[in-house]
Design a protein around this ligand. Structure first.
Ligand SMILES: NC(=O)c1ccc[n+]([C@@H]2O[C@H](COP(=O)([O-])OP(=O)(O)OC[C@H]3O[C@@H](n4cnc5c(N)ncnc54)[C@H](OP(=O)(O)O)[C@@H]3O)[C@@H](O)[C@H]2O)c1
Length: 321
C-alpha cells in the first residue's frame, strides 16, 4: 500500500523534529501527536504537518488520533522516569498498545525507535525496557510491517549529549567524568532521519531491525576532549572508576534537573557500538561529527543553553519542551 499520511509519536522532540521536517519535504502528510500542542510550535509552519494534542496513555484518544494514517512512526522515549512515565510504560507497554491499535485499524506500516544494546538482559532499566518493547513488537510481525531502529548516541544542533559536555567544559574548572572508557558511535540526527524516511516505503526493510552508528567509535573521554578542542577550553578530565561513577550519578539524581542517573551509568556498561556499518538498503552514508559539531557548539548562544536546561527540567521552551 502506498503511504501518504504518516502519524508520528514523539515528533516534537530532538530526533522527531528532523524526521518530521524530512517527511514534510518529501511530500508526506504528517500528523504529529503531542501531549501539548504548543510543544510542536516550531513545526507549525511546515506546510504538510499538523500537530495534534493527544494523551497517548489513553487508548481511545490514541486510537482516534491514529485513525486515517497509512503508517505510524513511534519515537517516544524517556531517559529518566518521572511520575507515571516509567520505562515500562513508555518503552514496553506503549509500543505494544500502538502496535495493537495499528492492527485493529488496519495500519500495516509501523516504524519503531529503540536503542543500541537494548535487550531484556541489558544492565540498565532503560535498555531492558527498550528490549522488552522490541520483543513485544515481534508478536505483531505477521499482521504488521514493522521496522525497528537501534541508534547509538545521536548528535545535532539541539542534542543533549555534546551540548551538555560543552556546558560542563564552559563552566567547570575540572571535568569529573563517569565511565570515561565507555564507547560511543555518534550518528548525525539528519542521517537517522534519512534512514527512517528512506525506509518508510521500502519493502526490503519490513520485519528488519537496524543498528545505526556513525563512521567512528570514540571513548567518552575522547568525545569530551573533542568538545574541549572545539571550544578551545582545556580542562583536566578526571576519569571516575565504577564506584565513583555511581556515587556521582546518585548525587546528580538529587538535583532538580536530571543530567545523569545511576541507570544512565549502568547503560554505559555496554559499549554503544554497532556490529556493522549502516545497512546498504537504507541508502545513507554516515556523516563524521567533525564536519558538524564545531559549527553548532561554537555558535551556541547563552539562550540556547538556557533553553536546554529548561527542557531538561520539563519546562516549555519557545514552544518546544
Ligand atoms: N537522542 C539520542 O541520542 C537517542 C539515542 C538512541 C535512541 N534514542 C531514542 O530516540 C527517540 C527520540 O529521542 P529524542 O532524543 O528525540 O527524545 P526527546 O527529544 O526527548 O523527544 C521525546 C519525544 O517523546 C515524547 N514524550 C516524552 N515523554 C513522554 C510522555 N511521558 N508521554 C508522551 N510522550 C512523551 C515527547 O513528545 P511531547 O513532549 O510532544 O508530548 C517528545 O517529542 C527515543 O525513543 C529515544 O529513546 C535517542
Amino acid at each position: 500500500m502506498t503511504v501518504k499520511t504518516v502519524c508520528v509519536l514523539g515528533g516534537t522532540g530532538f530526533v522527531g523534529s528532523s524526521i518530521v521536517a524530512k517527511l514534510d519535504a518529501t511530500g508526506y502528510q504528517v500528523k504529529v501527536l503531542s501531549r501539548r500542542r504548543e510543544a510542536g510550535k516550531h513545526l507549525f509552519l511546515l506546510p504538510n504537518v499538523q500537530v495534534v494534542q493527544c494523551d497517548v496513555m489513553n487508548n481511545q484518544a490514541l486510537k482516534e488520533s491514529l485513525t486515517g494514517a497509512d503508517a505510524v512512526i513511534n519515537l517516544i522515549g524517556i531517559l529518566h522516569e518521572s511520575g507515571k512515565a516509567t520505562f515500562e510504560e513508555m518503552h514496553h507497554q506503549l509500543p505494544h498498545r500502538v502496535a495493537q491499535i495499528c492492527e485493529n485499524l488496519g495500519i500495516e506500516r509501523l516504524i519503531h525507535m529503540s536503542a543500541l544494546q537494548a535487550s531484556s538482559n541489558a544492565p540498565s532499566l532503560y535498555l531492558i525496557s527498550k528490549g522488552k518493547g522490541e520483543a513485544a513488537l515481534s508478536d505483531f510481525n505477521k499482521k504488521l510491517n514493522i521496522t525497528i531502529f537501534k541508534p547509538s548516541v545521536i548528535f545535532g544542533r539541539n542534542d543533549s549529549f555534546f551540548n551538555l559536555f560543552a556546558n560542563l567544559v564552559r563552566y567547570l574548572p575540572v571535568v569529573a567524568l563517569a565511565k570515561p572508557d565507555a564507547k560511543f558511535q555518534p550518528i548525525w540526527v539528519e542521517d537517522v532521519a534519512s534512514c527512517i524516511v528512506n525506509t518508510l516505503q521500502n519493502t526490503d526493510t519490513y520485519h528488519q531491525c537496524y543498528e545505526l552508528g556513525g563512521p567512528t567509535v570514540y571513548s567518552l573521554r575522547e568525545l569530551v576532549q573533542t568538545v574541549m578542542d572545539i571550544l578551545g577550553k582545556q580542562r583536566p578530565i578526571i576519569g571516575l572508576n565504577d564506584r565513583l561513577s555511581m556515587a556521582q550519578a546518585f548525587a546528580m539524581e538529587l538535583l532538580p534537573i536530571k543530567l545523569m542517573t545511576r541507570d544512565n551509568v549502568k547503560s554505559m556498561e555496554l559499549d554503544s557500538v554497532t556490529q556493522q556499518p549502516i545497512a546498504a538498503t537504507l541508502n545513507v552514508k554516515a556523516t563524521p561529527l567533525e564536519a558538524l559539531v564545531p559549527e553548532y557548539l561554537v555558535n551556541a548562544t547563552p539562550r540556547s543553553a538556557y533553553d536546554r536546561f529548561r527542557s531538561a527540567a520539563g519546562r516549555a521552551i519557545n514552544g518546544r519542551r
